[in-house]
Design a binder for this molecule. Structure first.
Ligand code: HEM
Length: 433
């Protein structure tokens, strides 16, 4: 017999007020709801309507184990449509979503992304080569530039071709001017059709010539679905925009948080620096992937400040029972990464930055999920983790830095990600020769 329709309790304030708090102070809003209502709670968020946040690992496991036809995510991601395009992965569900993932996945396989290790190391060394003693570096633009160059290199095979150059300039403008607003990519949106013309011309040239390159754009041009159909130009454009948007900012934010936490905790910094420098100064990028404390450090940074506090909402297309609740069709459920990572029963002293917890314990997928989970698990997680290791390892192997923040660094909403406030900066204390 089906359970009667139920949902967990939640605030009784007006939906307008709840949406405002969720947009302006997302982490405070989540903390206060969890404190008052427990593991799972219901809020009312403007056009999203009634939304249930789940932070109990068993509830999250049950939600993410549902068959993909039991829910949809496109409603939650509509704000991306004008930027990523109608064919974007974030706006697809069910079979079309599966098909797109199947076509994109080979480019992001763990073994394949390993080849980018040396490129990432070289990009970091190029960008930091002119640093001088005593110089103060504002972290966010620097790390965004690294992350942007990495994605452009992977997609187009080069950072210096004309298309990469145009995209680099536009992204820089978007990041420096628009970042921090609720719609961080407005400037890029306005130039989308112009950029699409350039991308289309590049696709045409590559289709017409004997193309030997192995970059991601070529892989997409050559990719065939199960019926042997090639991707259309529009699909390729939308995938490129998706990867640029989904790939650059989250990785840059994760790296910025990691640098912040490392330099706030002298004992972590000293253990990490010792481990990284045991490789000497002339090491291969992939050697960094074998360092346990470096791995534990970025994992802890992604735990304490997950870039996405909450991934896409799942709007149910059928009624579902989860942990004693009976949710009706149309209810939106969100697996809350931030609250999951703050649970005392999983992480003792969750507010403390302690990489050691990852050395001593293997967390299950529904206890630790900075890259989401289920059928929408982050497509770029292997690349992001390689980038975290190589960027942090390369910087720490060559430089001694100190946090010299202008004021207290706070988590701020930047579009959908939770980033450190712009107060974060470091000063260069020493170059290791
Ligand atoms: C540290 C860096 C990153 C973090 C923390 C992160 C986190 C996430 C999370 C939590 C999701 C799930 C969203 C959801 O369930 O709605 C996601 C999805 C996605 N991510 Fe990442 N991501 C990172 C880097 C990247 C990179 C480097 C790329 C690609 C270049 C990428 C591409 C994507 C794509 C395409 C999706 C959508 C997957 C789908 O809907 O099937 N991400 N990411």
């Amino acid at each position: 017999m089906p359970l009667p329709s139920t949902r967990p309790p939640g605030p009784s304030t007006s939906p307008t007020l709840q949406s405002k708090e969720w947009m302006k102070h997302p982490l405070d809003f989540l903390d206060s709801c969890a404190k008052q209502y427990g593991d799972n709670f219901t809020v009312e968020l403007g056009s999203l309507g009634l939304t249930v946040f789940l932070s109990h690992p068993e509830a999250i496991k049950q939600l993410l184990s549902l068959p993909s036809h039991a829910y949809e995510c496109h409603q939650y991601n509509q704000t991306y449509r004008s930027l990523m395009g109608d064919e974007a992965l974030f706006l697809s569900d069910h079979q079309p979503h599966k098909r797109k993932r199947r076509l994109l996945m080979p480019s992001f396989h763990k073994e394949r992304v390993k080849q980018y290790g040396e490129d990432i190391k070289q990009i970091v060394e190029e960008i930091t080569q002119d640093w001088g003693m005593g110089q103060t570096i504002v972290i966010r633009p620097l790390i965004h530039e690294i992350s942007l160059r990495v994605i452009l290199k992977i997609i187009f095979g080069s950072i210096s071709n004309p298309l990469s150059q145009v995209l680099r300039q536009l992204f820089k403008l978007a990041i420096s001017k628009d970042f921090g607003s609720w719609s961080p990519w407005r400037r890029l949106e306005q130039r989308r059709s112009q950029l699409c013309q350039l991308i289309r011309a590049e696709i045409k040239t590559r289709r017409e010539t004997e193309n030997q390159s192995t970059d991601l754009l070529t892989m997409l041009i050559c990719a065939e679905d199960e019926e042997g159909n090639l991707l259309s130009d529009a699909e390729i454009e939308d995938h490129l925009f998706t990867l640029l948007i989904a790939g650059v900012a989250p990785t840059a934010v994760a790296l910025t948080w990691a640098l912040y936490w490392i330099h706030e905790n002298p004992s972590v910094k000293s253990t990490l620096v010792q481990e990284v420098r045991s490789l000497g100064t002339d090491f291969e990028a992939l050697a960094l992937t074998k360092l346990p404390y470096l791995t534990a450090t970025y994992q802890e940074a992604l735990r304490i400040c997950p870039v996405l506090a909450a991934p896409s909402g799942r709007k149910l297309t059928q009624s579902v029972d989860i942990m004693g609740y009976h949710f009706e069709t149309g209810t939106t459920l969100i697996p809350c990464i931030y609250l999951l990572h703050q649970r005392e029963d999983l992480y003792s002293n969750p507010h403390l930055f302690q990489p050691e917890r990852f050395l001593n314990h293997q967390y299950a997928p529904y206890e630790y999920m900075p890259f989401g989970g289920g059928n929408r698990l982050c497509l770029g997680s292997a690349l992001a983790q390689l980038e975290l290791r190589v960027v942090l390892g390369t910087i720490l192997s060559h430089w001694d830095l100190e946090n010299t923040n202008l004021e207290e660094v706070r988590p701020m909403r930047h579009g959908t990600v939770i980033a450190p406030s712009d107060a974060m900066q470091v000063t260069i204390v020493n170059k290791v020769s």
